[in-house]
Design a binder for this molecule. Structure first.
Ligand SMILES: Cc1cc2nc3c(=O)[nH]c(=O)nc-3n(C[C@H](O)[C@H](O)[C@H](O)COP(=O)(O)OP(=O)(O)OC[C@H]3O[C@@H](n4cnc5c(N)ncnc54)[C@H](O)[C@@H]3O)c2cc1C
Length: 472
Protein backbone atom coordinates (compact mmCIF):
# COMPACT_ATOMS: atom_id res chain seq x y z
CA UNK A 1 0.00 0.00 0.00
CA UNK A 2 1.09 3.54 -0.71
CA UNK A 3 -0.32 6.94 0.16
CA UNK A 4 -0.08 10.32 -1.52
CA UNK A 5 -0.25 13.20 0.88
CA UNK A 6 -1.98 16.26 -0.63
CA UNK A 7 -4.29 16.55 -3.64
CA UNK A 8 -2.77 19.56 -5.44
CA UNK A 9 -1.29 19.12 -8.90
CA UNK A 10 1.83 17.52 -7.35
CA UNK A 11 -0.14 14.82 -5.53
CA UNK A 12 -2.51 14.16 -8.46
CA UNK A 13 0.41 13.87 -10.90
CA UNK A 14 2.14 11.42 -8.56
CA UNK A 15 -0.98 9.25 -8.72
CA UNK A 16 -1.04 9.56 -12.52
CA UNK A 17 2.59 8.41 -12.88
CA UNK A 18 2.19 5.58 -10.36
CA UNK A 19 -0.72 4.28 -12.46
CA UNK A 20 0.92 4.93 -15.83
CA UNK A 21 4.06 3.07 -14.81
CA UNK A 22 1.98 0.17 -13.49
CA UNK A 23 3.59 0.48 -10.09
CA UNK A 24 0.19 0.17 -8.43
CA UNK A 25 -1.47 -2.42 -10.68
CA UNK A 26 1.56 -4.70 -11.15
CA UNK A 27 2.20 -4.98 -7.44
CA UNK A 28 -1.47 -5.19 -6.47
CA UNK A 29 -0.81 -2.15 -4.34
CA UNK A 30 -3.64 -0.13 -2.92
CA UNK A 31 -3.18 3.60 -3.34
CA UNK A 32 -4.64 6.31 -1.11
CA UNK A 33 -4.69 10.05 -1.77
CA UNK A 34 -5.27 12.04 1.41
CA UNK A 35 -6.35 15.66 1.03
CA UNK A 36 -7.09 18.10 3.86
CA UNK A 37 -9.74 20.18 2.06
CA UNK A 38 -12.97 19.19 0.32
CA UNK A 39 -11.52 19.39 -3.21
CA UNK A 40 -8.45 18.46 -5.25
CA UNK A 41 -6.37 21.05 -7.11
CA UNK A 42 -4.55 22.93 -4.33
CA UNK A 43 -3.89 26.51 -5.46
CA UNK A 44 -5.64 25.96 -8.79
CA UNK A 45 -9.12 27.44 -8.38
CA UNK A 46 -11.32 28.96 -11.10
CA UNK A 47 -14.54 30.92 -10.49
CA UNK A 48 -16.69 30.70 -13.62
CA UNK A 49 -19.69 32.70 -14.82
CA UNK A 50 -21.09 33.18 -18.34
CA UNK A 51 -19.16 36.48 -18.68
CA UNK A 52 -15.81 35.83 -17.05
CA UNK A 53 -13.42 33.41 -15.37
CA UNK A 54 -11.58 34.51 -12.25
CA UNK A 55 -8.43 32.43 -11.83
CA UNK A 56 -7.37 32.69 -8.20
CA UNK A 57 -4.07 30.87 -8.66
CA UNK A 58 -2.22 29.98 -11.87
CA UNK A 59 -3.67 30.83 -15.29
CA UNK A 60 -1.05 30.08 -17.96
CA UNK A 61 1.43 27.24 -18.55
CA UNK A 62 4.69 27.44 -20.49
CA UNK A 63 5.11 24.81 -23.20
CA UNK A 64 8.90 25.05 -23.58
CA UNK A 65 11.73 22.80 -22.46
CA UNK A 66 11.58 19.22 -21.36
CA UNK A 67 9.28 20.00 -18.41
CA UNK A 68 6.85 21.96 -20.59
CA UNK A 69 6.69 19.26 -23.27
CA UNK A 70 6.21 16.60 -20.61
CA UNK A 71 3.09 18.41 -19.33
CA UNK A 72 1.69 18.58 -22.88
CA UNK A 73 2.21 14.82 -23.21
CA UNK A 74 0.17 14.34 -20.03
CA UNK A 75 -2.54 16.73 -21.22
CA UNK A 76 -2.96 14.84 -24.49
CA UNK A 77 -3.02 11.52 -22.67
CA UNK A 78 -5.82 12.82 -20.42
CA UNK A 79 -7.87 13.77 -23.50
CA UNK A 80 -7.60 17.50 -22.85
CA UNK A 81 -5.97 18.55 -26.16
CA UNK A 82 -9.21 20.12 -27.43
CA UNK A 83 -9.37 22.40 -24.40
CA UNK A 84 -5.92 23.90 -24.93
CA UNK A 85 -5.80 27.53 -26.05
CA UNK A 86 -2.30 28.45 -27.20
CA UNK A 87 -0.90 31.95 -27.22
CA UNK A 88 1.23 32.04 -30.36
CA UNK A 89 4.16 34.47 -30.93
CA UNK A 90 2.05 36.97 -32.90
CA UNK A 91 -0.60 37.27 -30.15
CA UNK A 92 -0.52 40.59 -28.20
CA UNK A 93 -0.20 38.64 -24.94
CA UNK A 94 3.04 37.13 -26.27
CA UNK A 95 4.44 40.34 -27.73
CA UNK A 96 3.34 42.90 -25.19
CA UNK A 97 4.70 42.40 -21.69
CA UNK A 98 5.22 45.57 -19.74
CA UNK A 99 6.72 46.98 -16.57
CA UNK A 100 5.47 50.00 -14.66
CA UNK A 101 8.40 52.17 -13.63
CA UNK A 102 9.08 55.86 -13.16
CA UNK A 103 5.33 56.62 -13.43
CA UNK A 104 4.95 55.01 -16.87
CA UNK A 105 4.22 51.71 -18.54
CA UNK A 106 7.15 50.46 -20.66
CA UNK A 107 7.02 47.68 -23.22
CA UNK A 108 9.77 45.09 -22.63
CA UNK A 109 11.88 44.06 -25.64
CA UNK A 110 10.47 40.99 -27.37
CA UNK A 111 12.82 40.59 -30.35
CA UNK A 112 16.54 40.49 -31.08
CA UNK A 113 16.20 43.73 -33.07
CA UNK A 114 14.99 45.60 -30.01
CA UNK A 115 18.26 44.75 -28.24
CA UNK A 116 19.98 47.34 -30.43
CA UNK A 117 17.57 50.19 -29.66
CA UNK A 118 17.38 52.27 -26.52
CA UNK A 119 14.15 51.31 -24.81
CA UNK A 120 12.84 53.10 -21.71
CA UNK A 121 13.37 52.76 -18.75
CA UNK A 122 16.84 51.49 -19.77
CA UNK A 123 19.37 54.25 -20.42
CA UNK A 124 21.28 52.31 -23.14
CA UNK A 125 20.47 49.63 -25.74
CA UNK A 126 20.42 46.23 -24.03
CA UNK A 127 23.31 44.99 -26.20
CA UNK A 128 25.59 47.05 -23.93
CA UNK A 129 24.75 44.64 -21.11
CA UNK A 130 26.55 41.88 -23.06
CA UNK A 131 29.63 44.08 -23.42
CA UNK A 132 29.57 44.60 -19.66
CA UNK A 133 29.58 40.81 -19.20
CA UNK A 134 32.62 40.40 -21.48
CA UNK A 135 34.58 43.02 -19.51
CA UNK A 136 33.73 41.77 -16.00
CA UNK A 137 36.13 39.39 -14.22
CA UNK A 138 34.44 36.30 -12.76
CA UNK A 139 33.96 35.64 -9.10
CA UNK A 140 34.17 32.10 -7.68
CA UNK A 141 31.03 31.30 -5.72
CA UNK A 142 28.93 28.27 -4.71
CA UNK A 143 25.70 30.21 -5.10
CA UNK A 144 24.60 33.84 -5.28
CA UNK A 145 21.42 35.87 -5.42
CA UNK A 146 20.02 36.29 -8.92
CA UNK A 147 20.10 40.06 -8.39
CA UNK A 148 23.83 40.10 -7.52
CA UNK A 149 24.66 37.85 -10.45
CA UNK A 150 22.74 39.93 -13.01
CA UNK A 151 24.04 43.22 -11.60
CA UNK A 152 27.63 41.89 -11.78
CA UNK A 153 27.35 40.50 -15.31
CA UNK A 154 24.85 42.83 -17.03
CA UNK A 155 24.52 45.95 -14.87
CA UNK A 156 22.18 47.39 -12.24
CA UNK A 157 19.46 48.56 -14.65
CA UNK A 158 18.91 45.02 -15.96
CA UNK A 159 18.83 43.70 -12.38
CA UNK A 160 16.31 46.36 -11.28
CA UNK A 161 14.02 46.66 -14.29
CA UNK A 162 14.18 43.28 -16.04
CA UNK A 163 15.10 40.53 -13.58
CA UNK A 164 13.59 41.82 -10.31
CA UNK A 165 10.07 42.24 -11.76
CA UNK A 166 10.40 38.87 -13.52
CA UNK A 167 11.10 37.22 -10.14
CA UNK A 168 8.00 38.99 -8.73
CA UNK A 169 5.99 37.55 -11.63
CA UNK A 170 7.25 34.00 -11.18
CA UNK A 171 7.41 33.56 -7.40
CA UNK A 172 6.39 36.92 -5.85
CA UNK A 173 9.90 37.02 -4.42
CA UNK A 174 12.84 39.34 -3.92
CA UNK A 175 15.59 38.85 -6.53
CA UNK A 176 18.09 39.93 -3.87
CA UNK A 177 17.30 36.71 -1.93
CA UNK A 178 16.44 34.19 -4.64
CA UNK A 179 19.21 31.83 -5.78
CA UNK A 180 20.70 32.45 -9.22
CA UNK A 181 20.22 28.70 -9.82
CA UNK A 182 16.43 29.20 -9.71
CA UNK A 183 16.33 30.71 -13.22
CA UNK A 184 19.88 31.11 -14.47
CA UNK A 185 21.69 27.94 -13.45
CA UNK A 186 23.35 27.51 -16.85
CA UNK A 187 24.43 31.16 -17.08
CA UNK A 188 25.90 30.94 -13.57
CA UNK A 189 27.78 27.76 -14.52
CA UNK A 190 29.14 29.51 -17.62
CA UNK A 191 30.41 32.35 -15.42
CA UNK A 192 32.00 29.91 -12.99
CA UNK A 193 33.62 27.67 -15.61
CA UNK A 194 34.33 30.00 -18.52
CA UNK A 195 34.64 33.40 -16.85
CA UNK A 196 31.48 34.98 -18.26
CA UNK A 197 28.09 34.37 -19.82
CA UNK A 198 29.00 35.37 -23.38
CA UNK A 199 32.19 33.26 -23.25
CA UNK A 200 30.20 30.28 -21.96
CA UNK A 201 27.51 30.76 -24.59
CA UNK A 202 30.09 30.74 -27.40
CA UNK A 203 31.67 27.52 -26.08
CA UNK A 204 28.29 25.86 -25.66
CA UNK A 205 27.62 26.34 -29.39
CA UNK A 206 30.27 23.71 -30.09
CA UNK A 207 28.96 21.20 -27.57
CA UNK A 208 26.45 18.48 -28.53
CA UNK A 209 22.95 19.05 -27.14
CA UNK A 210 22.60 16.88 -24.04
CA UNK A 211 18.84 17.36 -23.55
CA UNK A 212 17.08 14.31 -22.20
CA UNK A 213 15.17 12.32 -24.81
CA UNK A 214 11.42 12.58 -24.51
CA UNK A 215 8.97 11.01 -26.89
CA UNK A 216 6.68 13.82 -27.98
CA UNK A 217 2.90 13.64 -28.29
CA UNK A 218 1.19 15.34 -31.26
CA UNK A 219 0.22 18.20 -28.95
CA UNK A 220 3.79 18.72 -27.74
CA UNK A 221 5.05 18.64 -31.33
CA UNK A 222 2.41 21.15 -32.41
CA UNK A 223 3.49 23.52 -29.61
CA UNK A 224 7.04 23.39 -31.00
CA UNK A 225 6.00 23.83 -34.64
CA UNK A 226 3.73 26.77 -33.85
CA UNK A 227 6.21 28.22 -31.30
CA UNK A 228 3.61 28.64 -28.56
CA UNK A 229 4.54 31.27 -26.01
CA UNK A 230 2.22 30.04 -23.26
CA UNK A 231 -1.19 28.33 -23.21
CA UNK A 232 -4.25 28.17 -21.06
CA UNK A 233 -7.22 25.82 -20.71
CA UNK A 234 -10.62 26.75 -22.15
CA UNK A 235 -13.22 26.74 -19.39
CA UNK A 236 -10.73 27.38 -16.58
CA UNK A 237 -7.44 25.89 -15.45
CA UNK A 238 -9.18 23.81 -12.78
CA UNK A 239 -10.30 21.43 -15.56
CA UNK A 240 -6.76 20.04 -15.43
CA UNK A 241 -6.77 18.86 -11.77
CA UNK A 242 -10.44 17.84 -12.10
CA UNK A 243 -9.58 15.55 -15.02
CA UNK A 244 -6.62 14.08 -13.12
CA UNK A 245 -8.86 13.54 -10.09
CA UNK A 246 -11.38 11.63 -12.25
CA UNK A 247 -8.61 9.58 -13.85
CA UNK A 248 -7.36 8.51 -10.40
CA UNK A 249 -10.89 7.70 -9.22
CA UNK A 250 -11.62 5.61 -12.33
CA UNK A 251 -8.46 3.65 -11.60
CA UNK A 252 -9.50 2.79 -8.05
CA UNK A 253 -7.33 5.21 -6.17
CA UNK A 254 -8.95 5.73 -2.77
CA UNK A 255 -9.26 9.53 -2.61
CA UNK A 256 -10.11 10.74 0.87
CA UNK A 257 -11.09 14.41 1.03
CA UNK A 258 -11.40 16.36 4.32
CA UNK A 259 -8.57 14.21 5.64
CA UNK A 260 -5.92 16.41 7.17
CA UNK A 261 -2.91 14.39 8.26
CA UNK A 262 -1.51 15.54 11.60
CA UNK A 263 1.34 13.11 12.23
CA UNK A 264 3.52 10.64 10.38
CA UNK A 265 5.00 7.75 12.31
CA UNK A 266 7.87 5.91 10.63
CA UNK A 267 7.79 2.34 11.98
CA UNK A 268 10.49 0.73 9.82
CA UNK A 269 11.87 1.03 6.28
CA UNK A 270 8.65 -0.42 4.83
CA UNK A 271 5.96 0.70 7.25
CA UNK A 272 4.62 4.13 7.95
CA UNK A 273 1.46 5.24 9.76
CA UNK A 274 -0.44 8.40 8.85
CA UNK A 275 -2.66 9.81 11.58
CA UNK A 276 -5.44 12.17 10.50
CA UNK A 277 -7.30 14.89 12.34
CA UNK A 278 -10.23 12.56 13.12
CA UNK A 279 -7.86 10.12 14.82
CA UNK A 280 -7.93 7.56 11.99
CA UNK A 281 -4.70 5.73 11.12
CA UNK A 282 -3.69 4.67 7.63
CA UNK A 283 -0.81 2.18 7.48
CA UNK A 284 1.12 2.03 4.22
CA UNK A 285 4.50 0.93 2.88
CA UNK A 286 5.46 4.21 1.23
CA UNK A 287 4.36 7.86 1.35
CA UNK A 288 4.62 10.46 -1.41
CA UNK A 289 4.37 13.83 0.29
CA UNK A 290 3.22 16.70 -1.95
CA UNK A 291 2.19 19.05 0.84
CA UNK A 292 4.22 22.24 1.48
CA UNK A 293 7.54 21.64 3.26
CA UNK A 294 6.41 23.62 6.34
CA UNK A 295 3.31 21.37 6.69
CA UNK A 296 5.40 18.22 6.36
CA UNK A 297 7.80 19.59 9.00
CA UNK A 298 4.98 19.55 11.58
CA UNK A 299 4.12 15.93 10.77
CA UNK A 300 7.65 14.55 11.18
CA UNK A 301 8.99 16.79 13.97
CA UNK A 302 8.42 14.30 16.82
CA UNK A 303 10.58 11.56 15.35
CA UNK A 304 12.87 13.64 13.12
CA UNK A 305 13.40 17.17 14.51
CA UNK A 306 16.51 17.73 12.36
CA UNK A 307 14.60 16.91 9.16
CA UNK A 308 11.72 19.11 10.35
CA UNK A 309 14.07 22.06 10.83
CA UNK A 310 15.48 21.80 7.30
CA UNK A 311 11.95 21.57 5.88
CA UNK A 312 10.89 24.65 7.89
CA UNK A 313 13.88 26.58 6.56
CA UNK A 314 12.27 26.69 3.09
CA UNK A 315 10.46 30.06 3.25
CA UNK A 316 7.06 30.79 1.69
CA UNK A 317 5.34 34.07 0.82
CA UNK A 318 1.70 35.22 0.98
CA UNK A 319 0.01 36.78 -2.04
CA UNK A 320 -3.16 38.90 -2.23
CA UNK A 321 -5.26 38.29 -5.35
CA UNK A 322 -7.89 40.75 -6.54
CA UNK A 323 -9.88 39.62 -9.62
CA UNK A 324 -11.90 42.36 -11.28
CA UNK A 325 -14.56 42.29 -14.01
CA UNK A 326 -15.76 45.38 -15.87
CA UNK A 327 -18.93 44.85 -17.90
CA UNK A 328 -18.14 47.29 -20.68
CA UNK A 329 -18.67 46.90 -24.43
CA UNK A 330 -15.22 48.27 -25.26
CA UNK A 331 -12.06 46.82 -23.73
CA UNK A 332 -10.52 49.12 -21.11
CA UNK A 333 -6.97 47.93 -21.79
CA UNK A 334 -4.49 47.86 -24.64
CA UNK A 335 -4.04 44.18 -25.58
CA UNK A 336 -1.10 42.75 -23.61
CA UNK A 337 -0.23 40.04 -21.10
CA UNK A 338 -0.15 42.67 -18.38
CA UNK A 339 2.53 44.47 -16.42
CA UNK A 340 4.86 43.90 -13.48
CA UNK A 341 6.11 46.50 -11.03
CA UNK A 342 9.82 46.40 -10.13
CA UNK A 343 10.36 46.29 -6.32
CA UNK A 344 12.52 49.42 -6.60
CA UNK A 345 9.25 51.32 -7.24
CA UNK A 346 8.07 50.38 -3.72
CA UNK A 347 4.48 49.83 -4.92
CA UNK A 348 1.86 47.86 -2.94
CA UNK A 349 1.15 45.78 -6.07
CA UNK A 350 3.37 43.18 -7.73
CA UNK A 351 1.66 43.40 -11.10
CA UNK A 352 -1.56 43.06 -13.08
CA UNK A 353 -2.54 40.31 -15.54
CA UNK A 354 -4.86 41.31 -18.38
CA UNK A 355 -6.97 38.15 -18.24
CA UNK A 356 -9.43 39.22 -20.92
CA UNK A 357 -6.50 39.29 -23.35
CA UNK A 358 -4.94 35.95 -22.27
CA UNK A 359 -7.99 33.83 -21.46
CA UNK A 360 -10.63 33.23 -24.20
CA UNK A 361 -14.44 33.56 -24.02
CA UNK A 362 -14.70 36.53 -21.66
CA UNK A 363 -17.05 39.47 -22.03
CA UNK A 364 -15.87 42.89 -20.92
CA UNK A 365 -12.50 43.51 -19.29
CA UNK A 366 -11.05 41.10 -16.74
CA UNK A 367 -7.94 41.92 -14.69
CA UNK A 368 -6.12 40.25 -11.82
CA UNK A 369 -4.07 42.38 -9.45
CA UNK A 370 -1.39 40.57 -7.38
CA UNK A 371 -0.24 42.14 -4.13
CA UNK A 372 2.34 41.61 -1.42
CA UNK A 373 4.41 38.47 -1.93
CA UNK A 374 7.80 38.84 -0.20
CA UNK A 375 6.66 42.28 1.02
CA UNK A 376 3.13 41.26 2.16
CA UNK A 377 3.70 41.72 5.91
CA UNK A 378 5.79 44.86 5.47
CA UNK A 379 3.08 46.51 3.33
CA UNK A 380 -0.14 45.21 4.87
CA UNK A 381 0.67 43.84 8.36
CA UNK A 382 -0.62 40.58 9.83
CA UNK A 383 -4.37 40.93 9.56
CA UNK A 384 -5.19 43.10 6.61
CA UNK A 385 -8.85 43.08 5.53
CA UNK A 386 -9.79 41.92 2.04
CA UNK A 387 -11.64 45.23 1.55
CA UNK A 388 -8.34 47.09 2.05
CA UNK A 389 -6.65 44.99 -0.65
CA UNK A 390 -9.61 45.63 -2.96
CA UNK A 391 -9.39 49.40 -2.39
CA UNK A 392 -5.63 49.41 -3.05
CA UNK A 393 -6.02 47.33 -6.23
CA UNK A 394 -8.77 49.58 -7.64
CA UNK A 395 -6.83 52.74 -6.78
CA UNK A 396 -3.65 51.42 -8.46
CA UNK A 397 -5.34 50.35 -11.69
CA UNK A 398 -7.20 53.63 -11.82
CA UNK A 399 -3.97 55.56 -11.57
CA UNK A 400 -1.84 53.30 -13.84
CA UNK A 401 -4.41 52.26 -16.46
CA UNK A 402 -6.77 55.24 -16.17
CA UNK A 403 -9.72 52.95 -15.48
CA UNK A 404 -12.35 54.98 -13.70
CA UNK A 405 -15.31 52.57 -14.08
CA UNK A 406 -16.45 50.63 -11.04
CA UNK A 407 -15.94 46.86 -11.35
CA UNK A 408 -19.17 44.98 -11.97
CA UNK A 409 -17.83 41.93 -10.10
CA UNK A 410 -14.77 41.12 -8.03
CA UNK A 411 -13.18 38.49 -5.85
CA UNK A 412 -10.46 39.00 -3.25
CA UNK A 413 -8.38 36.26 -1.69
CA UNK A 414 -5.34 36.13 0.56
CA UNK A 415 -3.29 33.06 -0.32
CA UNK A 416 -1.32 32.42 2.85
CA UNK A 417 2.16 30.97 2.37
CA UNK A 418 1.35 29.93 -1.19
CA UNK A 419 4.69 30.18 -3.03
CA UNK A 420 8.00 28.70 -1.83
CA UNK A 421 11.08 30.86 -2.15
CA UNK A 422 14.18 29.20 -3.57
CA UNK A 423 16.59 31.41 -1.67
CA UNK A 424 20.40 31.14 -1.82
CA UNK A 425 21.37 27.61 -0.73
CA UNK A 426 17.95 26.10 -1.60
CA UNK A 427 19.27 23.34 -3.84
CA UNK A 428 21.89 22.28 -1.29
CA UNK A 429 19.19 22.22 1.42
CA UNK A 430 16.94 19.98 -0.70
CA UNK A 431 19.90 17.62 -1.35
CA UNK A 432 20.53 17.50 2.41
CA UNK A 433 16.86 16.72 3.13
CA UNK A 434 16.78 13.90 0.56
CA UNK A 435 20.13 12.54 1.82
CA UNK A 436 18.74 12.42 5.39
CA UNK A 437 15.72 10.45 4.16
CA UNK A 438 18.03 8.05 2.31
CA UNK A 439 20.44 7.61 5.23
CA UNK A 440 17.61 6.88 7.68
CA UNK A 441 15.82 4.59 5.19
CA UNK A 442 12.57 6.48 5.56
CA UNK A 443 9.86 5.27 3.17
CA UNK A 444 8.93 8.73 1.94
CA UNK A 445 9.41 10.63 -1.36
CA UNK A 446 9.14 14.38 -1.67
CA UNK A 447 7.22 15.98 -4.54
CA UNK A 448 5.38 19.29 -5.01
CA UNK A 449 6.46 22.89 -5.39
CA UNK A 450 8.67 23.06 -2.28
CA UNK A 451 11.62 21.23 -3.82
CA UNK A 452 12.24 20.94 -7.56
CA UNK A 453 10.63 24.04 -9.10
CA UNK A 454 7.65 26.27 -8.29
CA UNK A 455 5.63 26.17 -11.54
CA UNK A 456 3.01 23.71 -12.78
CA UNK A 457 5.44 22.01 -15.19
CA UNK A 458 8.08 21.58 -12.47
CA UNK A 459 5.62 20.04 -10.05
CA UNK A 460 4.43 17.51 -12.64
CA UNK A 461 7.97 16.67 -13.71
CA UNK A 462 9.09 16.29 -10.10
CA UNK A 463 6.27 13.78 -9.53
CA UNK A 464 7.38 11.81 -12.60
CA UNK A 465 11.05 11.83 -11.54
CA UNK A 466 10.34 10.68 -7.98
CA UNK A 467 7.98 7.90 -9.10
CA UNK A 468 10.45 6.62 -11.71
CA UNK A 469 13.29 6.75 -9.17
CA UNK A 470 11.36 4.47 -6.86
CA UNK A 471 10.72 1.87 -9.53
CA UNK A 472 14.37 1.57 -10.61
C1 LIG B 1 -1.12 33.01 -7.09
C2 LIG B 1 -0.38 31.94 -7.82
C3 LIG B 1 -0.20 32.05 -9.20
C4 LIG B 1 0.50 31.06 -9.88
N1 LIG B 1 0.62 31.16 -11.24
C5 LIG B 1 1.22 30.18 -11.94
C6 LIG B 1 1.20 30.18 -13.37
O1 LIG B 1 0.60 31.07 -14.00
N2 LIG B 1 1.83 29.16 -14.02
C7 LIG B 1 2.45 28.13 -13.35
O2 LIG B 1 3.03 27.25 -14.00
N3 LIG B 1 2.44 28.08 -11.99
C8 LIG B 1 1.83 29.06 -11.28
N4 LIG B 1 1.74 28.97 -9.91
C9 LIG B 1 2.34 27.81 -9.23
C10 LIG B 1 1.41 26.58 -9.21
O3 LIG B 1 0.15 26.96 -8.78
C11 LIG B 1 2.02 25.52 -8.30
O4 LIG B 1 3.24 25.07 -8.86
C12 LIG B 1 1.17 24.28 -8.08
O5 LIG B 1 -0.19 24.59 -7.96
C13 LIG B 1 1.68 23.59 -6.82
O6 LIG B 1 1.04 22.36 -6.64
P1 LIG B 1 1.40 21.42 -5.41
O7 LIG B 1 0.61 20.19 -5.55
O8 LIG B 1 2.86 21.32 -5.25
O9 LIG B 1 0.94 22.25 -4.11
P2 LIG B 1 -0.48 22.74 -3.61
O10 LIG B 1 -1.27 23.28 -4.71
O11 LIG B 1 -0.14 23.62 -2.44
O12 LIG B 1 -1.19 21.42 -3.06
C14 LIG B 1 -0.91 20.87 -1.81
C15 LIG B 1 -2.18 20.18 -1.30
O13 LIG B 1 -1.86 19.55 -0.04
C16 LIG B 1 -2.96 19.73 0.85
N5 LIG B 1 -2.44 19.60 2.23
C17 LIG B 1 -1.61 20.46 2.89
N6 LIG B 1 -1.36 19.97 4.14
C18 LIG B 1 -2.01 18.79 4.25
C19 LIG B 1 -2.11 17.81 5.28
N7 LIG B 1 -1.51 17.96 6.46
N8 LIG B 1 -2.87 16.70 5.05
C20 LIG B 1 -3.51 16.53 3.86
N9 LIG B 1 -3.44 17.43 2.84
C21 LIG B 1 -2.70 18.54 3.03
C22 LIG B 1 -3.48 21.12 0.51
O14 LIG B 1 -4.81 21.29 0.95
C23 LIG B 1 -3.32 21.15 -1.02
O15 LIG B 1 -4.49 20.69 -1.68
C24 LIG B 1 1.05 29.95 -9.18
C25 LIG B 1 0.87 29.84 -7.80
C26 LIG B 1 0.15 30.80 -7.12
C27 LIG B 1 -0.06 30.65 -5.63
Amino acid sequence: MAAILGGGLGGLSTGYYLLKNNIINNNNLKLFLLEATNFCGGWIKSIKTKDYIFEQGPRTIRPKGIVGLNTLNMIQDLGLSEHIVPIRPDHPAAKNRMIYAKNNLHLLPSSLKSMFRKITPFSKPLIFALLNDIKQPNKHLQDDSIYNFVERRFGKEIADYAVSPMICGICAGDAKEISVKFLMKTLFEWEQTHGGVVKGMIRSLFKPNSDEDLELSDLARKSQEEKWNVYTIRGGLDIFPLTLHNYLKENDVNIKLNTKIEEIEFVDSGTVVLKDIAGERTEVNHVYSSIPAYSLANLVSNQHPELAQDLRDIPFVTVGIVNLHFATDKSLITPAFGFLVPPIENSPILGVVFDSCCIPDQNGTVLTVMLGGRWFKEKFGDDVKVTTLYDIAVKEISSILNITEKPSAYNVNILHRCIPQYVIGHYERVDKIRQYIKDKNLPISLVGSSYDGVGINDVIYSAKTQVLKDCT
